[in-house]
Design a protein around this ligand. Structure first.
Ligand code: ZN
Length: 349
């Protein structure tokens, strides 16, 4: 068995054994945080089931290559049109109708197309595998329709659903799937993989692994593009403004972030997330746990802040940042929430 997956060894091992012993479940629900590797594990199962090499998945045989390219006729994917990853599998043919691009919903047409396709024998492989990433996007109608397939699955059909939280799916769907929970991957494993396979210098690999919070997909993406680290640099520069004693600068920053929140809420939520981790790091330094910090490249300034600020102030700031995040998520006036946070930020000497 070859696995190029970063982490999740136990789940891969369990799936490998299930295939080897002929105990493949007809439906799996892979759960875990965004970018932790749910879809990657789902694709691995498709490879493991349909590889025709001697040590499956071999990544070399025509079936493995077609699955990797997203062109295998027996590995299909149901995805939101806005999220479509062409390497995940062939899209199912849908009756022509105007795209409802604004709807973030997997509809009943897609599930019916899956059911029509699943009723036919495999084209060339042993198994027909259907990947449904982001199963929380299934409309209730579509989820109910899918129940038929989950209750009486055609032989040789395996469904792989992924979701961040099984609680966001109808219980009737969840109860008919085997649930596999993907935990965050140890950062050492992510750093080692970035350095060995993605040509990432070891300092950068270690930093990205920590910043990823155990999500290899995020780390791989951040190793390939400059944007995630540039975004973080901007967030930390903004935090630097918040730490000054100029009231005017703080209020101007609150206003800018509030405007940004109107355009792109996720971006501002990430900013506050970055700040929260930064404050945690200051606290960790105060506790003598510098080896656990996330912002490895900011050790000096973290140490300086840790020396200047009372631990109670740092604790309070961790809490204030969490409160501001909550308020933004609850649609409290963003400007008020951000002003409160920026005015409560301690002043750096
Ligand atoms: Zn193969």
């Amino acid at each position: 068995m070859a696995s190029t997956i970063i982490g999740h060894d136990e789940i891969i091992h369990a799936l490998d054994r299930a295939v080897h012993e002929g105990r493949v479940h007809h439906a799996y629900l892979l759960c875990g945080p965004p970018r932790v590797g749910k879809t990657t594990v789902g694709r691995w199962l498709a490879l493991r089931l349909n590889c025709t090499g001697s040590d499956p998945p071999c990544d070399q045989c025509p079936d493995c290559r077609a699955i990797r390219a997203g062109t295998h006729p027996d590995v299909r994917a149901i995805q939101l049109s806005t999220d479509r990853d062409p390497t995940l599998g062939l899209a199912l043919d849908l009756p022509a109708r105007p795209q409802r691009a604004a709807e973030r919903v997997i509809g009943i047409d897609q599930v019916r197309a899956l059911q029509r396709d699943a009723a036919l024998a495999p084209h060339r492989a042993r198994w027909k595998v259907y990947l449904l990433p982001g199963a929380e996007s299934l409309s209730l109608e579509a989820a109910n329709c899918l129940l038929k397939t989950l209750e009486e699955p055609p032989p040789q059909v395996v469904l792989v659903l992924t979701a961040v939280d099984p609680g966001s799916l109808p219980a009737t769907v969840v109860s008919r799937c085997q649930i596999l929970r993907l935990a965050p991957v140890p950062t050492a494993a992510i750093a080692a993989a970035l350095a060995a396979r993605y040509n990432c210098p070891s300092d950068r690999a270690a930093l990205l692994a920590r910043l990823s919070g155990g999500r290899p997909g995020w780390a791989i993406d951040a190793a390939a593009r400059d944007e995630p680290l540039a975004e973080r640099a901007q967030d930390l520069a903004d935090l630097d403004v918040a730490l000054t004693d100029s009231l005017r600068a703080r209020l101007a920053l609150a206003e800018r972030l509030a405007t940004e929140f109107g355009r792109d809420p996720a971006r501002v939520l990430r900013t506050l997330g970055t700040w929260q981790i930064y404050w945690w790091d200051v606290r960790l330094v105060q506790l003598g746990c510098s080896d656990l910090i996330t912002n490895l490249d900011r050790q000096e300034e973290l140490t300086s802040l840790a020396e200047q600020l009372a631990p109670s102030l740092v604790d309070r700031q961790v809490g204030s940042t969490a409160t501001a995040l909550q308020r933004l998520l609850q649609n409290v006036n963003p400007r008020l929430a951000l002003e409160a946070l920026l005015l409560s930020t301690p002043t750096r000497r």
